[in-house]
Design a protein around this ligand. Structure first.
Ligand SMILES: [Zn+2]
Length: 60
């Protein structure tokens, strides 16, 4: 089973120590990407209106 590195799109064979990343470098890039996303949304609460609506429909 193979996967593609989400950062550079290279094929990564299962068993790689950094799977699904091709290298520690790409793994760090991905972590940095998530950290950046958090900085862009400082403390904003996450609402899931779709879930609440579905629950009401179920009750009927
Ligand atoms: Zn990579």
């Amino acid at each position: 089973m193979k996967a593609k590195c989400p950062i550079c799109r290279r094929a990564v064979p299962a068993g790689e120590p950094d799977f699904p990343f091709c290298s520690p470098r790409c793994r760090e890039v991905d972590l940095g990407k998530w950290a950046t996303e958090e900085y862009r949304i400082p403390g904003e609460p996450v609402y899931l209106p779709e879930m609440g609506r579905a629950g009401q429909d179920d009750g009927e």
